[in-house]
Design a binder for this molecule. Structure first.
Ligand code: TYD
Ligand code: MG
Length: 455
């Protein structure tokens, strides 16, 4: 009979202990230890790979002697994904993609699998049946004759498939469904995730095969499983967006091979995810005439300039406490802007309900859109529309001063490309010279902006 052994694991950092402890000695968190059963005498994950990357040497080498540039990237057809990965897929890298259920993780990776038309891709699914995946593949307009499906969850069997098939790229949907015979606890438990992710990483590193892992997220939006999982992999991507909107954003939160500043934007369509290469055009709604309560701002998502539409509705408050509601913009920051408008510009915001929205279901954290939010609020308050060829860029400080923002030239040039005529920005944003052909209006204080716009 198998010898049963139990160990306690920390849910947060994955540290283990023979006894239960209240405070994790690894990360210092309280009440994070859970008991899991481990069986030691079962077969281990096979590691007799046909392919050897030779990337690992058995003895220490001098840093100087390590050859540069042997990290040839595998080109990725999906330009949005390629950008987020830092310019292609690094051999032997492990990429973890997290996101809410139904956001499109499986769709994205199946699409990626089908786009590698000249590569042998192994798509392992512990979540869906072969027919379900086939049905999804039929909706996607790409085909790959060497894409294999394997609906299996045991890493021992998966290891065998790796040996038989010798895949060029592996996709695992999802890491929480994998199970190692080595460990007796249920799939998705900390020890299983630690073990199975370790197996997949071992395969990736020893053979130089890139592996994508799909990860579930918990209620509070973090990746389910031990934090350790994020430390183990090379790249962590977050697939996010509002399920009721069609736009999805792929963001990297960790990348050993590139910057974490890049984002990819997709549109969910009946035929899969479409790359959105020019997001500004779709985020600004088409309107014939200027409406009150709408202002456009140029923000940055990663390194990309992006024009967004900020909308506000200000109406007389019916209840004693006015309502403030914000979609896509920090609610605390909105309260701050309203307090500044009340105190510095004499607008009676305390008597009004204020609703703010960023069009397209986007969430923007860049303070550079403050100026546009203020313009939209005052436009709705005064019921005076703002010319739809004006773009606003600037951060608002507590005393109503308008502060400079980063990468102003890029923002201005994006506005220029989309046919804007005027940009309002901070006086302190020193522009070397204005080559854009746009009219630049420099403002240093909020009341200056208001008198320019509304007289
Ligand atoms: P899915 O990839 O299953 O999400 P996840 O793996 O993150 O849970 O995507 C689910 C949603 O995507 C589903 O509600 C339907 C939608 N969808 C489309 O709109 N078009 C498509 O072509 C596909 C395949 C899915
Ligand atoms: Mg899925």
């Amino acid at each position: 009979m198998a010898k049963t052994q139990t160990t306690f694991f920390c849910k947060n950092c994955g540290a283990s202990s023979a006894k239960w402890v209240g405070k994790c000695p690894g990360c210092g968190e309280w009440n994070t230890f859970v008991e899991e059963v481990i069986v030691k005498d079962k077969p281990d994950f096979k590691n007799t790979w046909k392919k050897e990357s030779g990337a690992r040497t058995a003895k220490p080498v001098l840093l100087e002697d390590v050859e540069k540039g042997n990290e040839q990237r595998i080109p990725v057809q999906d330009q949005e994904l390629a950008r987020v990965l830092g310019g292609g897929l690094v051999p032997g890298s492990v990429v973890l993609i997290g996101g809410e259920p139904g956001i499109g993780k499986s769709t994205l990776l199946l699409q990626v699998a089908l786009q590698f038309s000249n590569k042998r891709v192994l798509y392992i699914s512990g979540e869906e049946s072969e027919t379900q995946i086939k049905m999804r593949a039929d909706r996607i307009p790409f085909t790959n004759n060497s894409c294999y499906l394997f609906t299996e969850t045991s890493t021992q069997k998966i290891g065998k498939a790796f040996n038989d098939l010798d895949p060029d790229i592996v996709i695992v949907d999802s890491i929480q469904t994998l199970q190692s015979d080595h460990i007796d606890s249920t799939a998705g438990s900390i020890s299983q995730i630690k073990e199975t992710a370790g197996d997949m990483i071992k395969f990736a590193k020893e053979t130089g095969t890139p592996v994508f892992l799909i990860g579930h997220i918990t209620k509070d939006g973090t990746l389910a499983g031990p934090k350790l999982l994020e430390h183990m992999v090379d790249t962590v991507l977050q697939f996010e967006g509002d399920r009721h909107h069609v736009y999805r954003i792929l963001r990297s939160t960790k990348n050993r091979f590139g910057s974490t500043n890049e984002i990819g934007i997709y549109e969910m369509q009946p035929g899969g995810l479409r790359e959105v290469s020019n997001p500004s055009e779709i985020l600004i709604s088409q309107r014939d005439q200027a409406l009150s309560g709408v202002a456009i701002s140029a923000t940055l998502e990663g390194m990309r300039p992006l024009l967004i539409e900020t909308q506000a509705l200000v109406s007389a408050a019916v209840y004693g406490t006015p309502q403030r509601n914000s979609n896509g913009y920090d609610a605390k920051r909105l309260n701050m802007l309203l307090a500044i408008l009340e105190k510095k510009c004499g607008l009676r915001m305390g008597m009004h309900d204020v609703f703010v929205n960023i069009a397209g279901g986007l969430r923007v954290e860049d303070p550079g859109i403050d100026l546009s939010i203020v313009a939209a609020i005052v436009s709705s308050y005064e019921n005076v529309p703002i010319d739809n060829k004006i773009c606003f860029v600037g951060e608002v400080g507590l005393s109503g001063e308008i502060r400079a923002v980063s990468r102003i030239e890029q923002r201005i040039s994006e506005a220029g490309k989309l046919g804007f005529k005027t940009v309002y920005l901070s006086k302190f944003n020193k522009l070397p010279e204005n080559k854009s052909g746009l009219t630049i209006v420099e403002v240093s204080k909020l009341d200056e902006l208001l008198s320019f716009l509304f007289g």
